[in-house]
Design a protein around this ligand. Structure first.
Ligand SMILES: C[S@@+](CC[C@H](N)C(=O)[O-])C[C@H]1O[C@@H](n2cnc3c(N)ncnc32)[C@H](O)[C@@H]1O
Length: 252
């Protein structure tokens, strides 16, 4: 698909998704949440956010903010948060969520491949499930430009190096599977490209056996699989290559 069509279809998909979600958020109380609800909704979120360190008084960008929960958590930690997204619908939800949780966030409608921010604007950048929607050869230089020297960027992304998982993604029905036509789990070649731009790019895999939660749901079995994953991934780091998600920690 040509780039402008890709952007249009990404925006239309996410606007539609946001419209479907909006029925659950008619009352502003339903947008109020505790940090733990966001931090524990997937196993990688808490450790990934920890990578940003102390964000108090720092300028932080939520890159592709979607529903804006991360932006709210960062603002509650004292960061000066700017959050952007391509989707008007998601930005509306994120704005309403910031209001309901009584935090100030600067929201911007923008394309992650053409960032409208000045050079070195941010000390830290957070992104969850966003890089794999982008053409990294377009988005990477912008990311490099807006991050301050010495700054850190952390991205949590679906990982596409496990052939069996890729087959399952293509062929099995499971809850919450909706995807845009163009998104593709991140590949090693894209991380290699980021390594040509940034001096430090560190990768950590999450959910090897416990990716079965997608069909099993959360429960005791899943807690057991999480434990097995921690043991396995610590002892045999190469297995991270087959995980469901990765956290990229990028330093400039
Ligand atoms: C899977 S959602 C993730 C949202 C959020 N970060 C989260 O943690 O749930 C992907 C988000 O990326 C946004 N998006 C897709 N392409 C984009 C682009 N080119 N520029 C900015 N945002 C984009 C979508 O509108 C959507 O909100």
């Amino acid at each position: 698909m040509l780039a402008p069509d890709r952007l249009k279809s990404e925006q239309a998909f996410h606007d539609r998704q946001a419209r479907e979600r909006s029925i659950h958020f008619q009352q502003s109380e339903s947008l109020v949440f505790a940090d733990d609800a966001y931090l524990d909704h997937e196993t990688w979120v808490r450790p990934a956010l920890q990578q940003l360190g102390d964000v108090r008084d720092q300028t932080v960008l939520d890159f592709g903010c979607g529903h804006g929960m991360a932006a709210v958590v960062l603002a509650r930690r004292g960061a000066r948060v700017t959050a952007f997204d391509l989707s008007h619908g998601y930005l509306d939800e994120a704005r309403a969520r910031a209001r309901a949780n009584q935090v100030h966030i600067d929201f911007v409608k923008a394309d992650g491949e053409r960032l409208p921010f000045a050079d070195h604007s941010f000390q830290a950048i957070w992104g969850c499930a966003i890089l794999h929607h982008l053409d990294l050869e377009k988005a990477g230089p912008g990311l490099l430009r807006v991050l301050r020297p010495g700054g850190i960027a952390v991205f949590c992304e679906p990982w596409g190096e496990n052939p069996l998982l890729n087959w399952a993604r293509q062929n099995l029905p499971y809850p919450g599977k909706g995807r845009t036509a163009d998104e593709q789990p991140l590949r090693k070649s894209q991380v290699d490209y980021l390594r040509t731009l940034f001096p430090h790019v560190h990768l950590q895999g999450f959910q090897l056996l416990s990716m079965a939660r997608r069909v099993l749901g959360k429960g005791r079995l899943c807690t057991g699989l999480d434990w097995c994953d921690r043991q396995l991934l610590e002892r045999v780091p190469r297995l991270q290559h087959f995980c469901r998600y990765v956290v990229l920690t990028i330093q400039k």
